[in-house]
Ligand binder design. Structure first.
Ligand code: FEC
Length: 307
């Protein structure tokens, strides 16, 4: 008997294809409004600063998608899984992924996002676009909305926190769990994002035996509306000046890959701030294709299939 063919749409933020594509990418993020020359130059400089203008997110997404496909097929040999990429702001776009699934004749689709926490403004927006395209194409799809407390995800994060803490020896360390900020209005909308992030942070801190931790936001957009805070830059100043904290370990639980927001906003900007305050700042390694993360994705996709 022929195996059931399941299409898994793996959705991720997307990154420019080359330095020449930054403007196009930035325009897409800004919903069709081109950035000013100054904004474009500033973003280009940030990409140049992270390992000389390469786009690590593309490679990590490619590897994650390939590893997930391999794991799903290995663990569930009674079915055939094909993983398709669907990027939010770059090619192949979410809609391209759905079209390809339909062309390949998958019997049903499962969507999962390479971001563990749900917000209407992040994961919700990916799902909305995928659902609309799937409806148009007559493809039956269901979606994983969040997996922020999956035991293997927590294990991978806990291991990282423990490893970094060991390198501080007996020094006192404040652990800062971070995630991408969003406009403050999501709180009035009853969005689960802030609470899910706190749940992950608390679970990892408990498992790693960390008593001294707090949550900080990062990478807020440069817009006129208020964004969720406190921002990590402000937190570094406050804990240095008011609490005399000298060692900080940043664990960016809201992100799963090495990319601009980690390699620039944390490794360059936050490290510089910390150094200017006489503090030592380390960051936990990104999950990238860690088998524990791949296992998390494989579990949540398969669980969705069985619902
Ligand atoms: O490495 C790379 O090339 C891409 C890194 C990257 C990731 C990422 C993840 C998230 N974002 C989220 C929300 C927003 C909102 C705005 C916004 C703007 C930008 C800009 C760049 C950018 N984001 Fe991003 N984000 C990444 C990159 N992001 C570049 C534009 C310049 C700037 O503001 O720095 C504001 C859009 C607007 O103007 O309306 C909102 C959220 C995530 C984490 C969840 C996810 O991955 O989807 C939330 C990676």
């Amino acid at each position: 008997m022929e195996k059931e063919h399941i299409g898994v749409l793996v959705m991720s933020y997307g990154t420019p294809e080359s330095m020449d594509h930054i403007e196009q990418y930035y325009t897409h993020i800004r919903r069709g409004h081109a950035p000013t020359a100054e904004q474009l130059a500033e973003l280009t400089e940030r990409y140049e600063a992270i390992v000389g203008g390469v786009f690590p997110l593309r490679e990590h997404t490619n590897q994650q998608v390939a590893a997930l496909e391999e794991m799903l097929n290995l663990e569930h040999p009674d079915k055939r899984f094909t993983c398709y990429q669907g990027l939010k702001h770059a090619s192949p776009f979410i809609e391209d992924g759905i079209e390809q699934m339909v062309k390949d004749g998958v019997s049903r689709g499962i969507g999962v996002i390479l971001a563990p926490h749900y917000s209407t403004m992040s994961v919700g927006a990916y799902i909305k676009r995928a659902q609309e395209k799937a409806d148009e194409q007559g493809l039956s799809m269901s979606f994983v909305e969040s997996y922020h407390l999956h035991p293997k995800l927590l294990q991978a994060l806990t291991e990282r926190v423990r490893t970094n803490l060991a390198s501080f020896a007996d020094e006192h360390v404040r652990v800062l769990f971070t995630a991408h900020s969003l406009p403050e209005k999501i709180v009035e909308m009853g969005d689960p994002y802030p609470n899910q992030l706190l749940e992950t942070a608390r679970a990892v801190a408990d498992a790693a035996g960390v008593a001294d931790w707090q949550f900080a936001w990062q990478s807020a957009g440069r817009t006129s509306v208020p964004w969720l805070g406190p921002d990590i830059q402000d937190v570094l100043h406050t804990i240095s000046q008011e609490e005399q904290i000298r060692n900080v370990l940043v664990c960016p639980i809201g992100f799963v890959s090495d990319h601009l927001e980690v390699l620039y906003d944390l490794d360059i900007e936050s490290k510089q701030t910390a150094a200017s305050l006489g503090m030592k700042l380390e960051r936990t390694a990104s999950l990238n294709s860690d088998p524990l993360y791949m296992q998390t994705l494989s579990d949540v996709v398969y669980a969705k299939l069985s619902e």
